[in-house]
Design a protein around this ligand. Structure first.
Ligand code: S3P
Length: 170
């Protein structure tokens, strides 16, 4: 079984993948970390030195590599992964996908202190963060909404969300 966690930046994909891995015994992998190890560069550096188009190309390549060659795995994708290069179709053909859905308020609260680590948010002013997220989500929702299951993450603990996902899978 392959499980793909998707959702906007700050929705908790990696934390949940780790927690679900402990609960289910399945291995877990973070796509961004996989890209960093394969390329020998941090995501920030890839965006800065090679640009977003290059990042999307390799994100697609490594996603396929993982989905086609590995089994029994939980994959935490990057926030944009399902929204480019036909990735959502490849994800749904090879795995069960979960959209971790956060409200604009929840995502903005979580991301306000983490802007620097994310190339797409780095140059967004604090006061513009919520409207940026709102517009970005509007563009991305049609991809996220193709997930096999959607789970709301607002005001819930990791434990609660993990248990909800496990119930959905059973
Ligand atoms: C991105 C999200 C990031 C990372 C890259 C692009 C996006 O992952 O893949 O900075 O397009 O939303 P996280 O969602 O883990 O921050």
């Amino acid at each position: 079984m392959k499980l793909v966690l998707m959702g906007y930046m700050g929705s908790g994909k990696s934390v949940l993948a780790k927690d679900l891995s402990e609960k289910t015994g399945l291995d877990w992998l973070d796509l961004d970390a996989y890209i960093e190890s394969k390329e020998g560069l941090k995501i920030n550096q890839i965006f800065k030195e090679k640009g977003e188009i290059y990042f999307r190309l390799i994100e697609h390549k490594y996603l396929k590599e993982i989905l086609c060659n590995k089994n029994n795995l939980i994959i935490a994708t990057g926030g944009g992964t399902p929204c480019y290069s036909g990735n959502i179709a490849i994800i749904n053909q090879n795995a069960v996908s979960i959209y971790l859905k956060g409200s604009i308020q929840t995502l903005a609260e979580r991301l306000i202190n983490e802007k620097e680590t994310r190339p797409l948010l780095k140059n967004i002013k604090e006061e513009e963060l919520k409207s940026f997220i709102a517009k970005h989500l509007f563009e991305r929702n049609s991809f996220y909404n193709q997930a096999t299951f959607t789970v709301s993450v607002d005001n819930k603990t990791v434990e609660k969300i993990s248990n909800e996902i496990i119930t959905l899978l059973n």
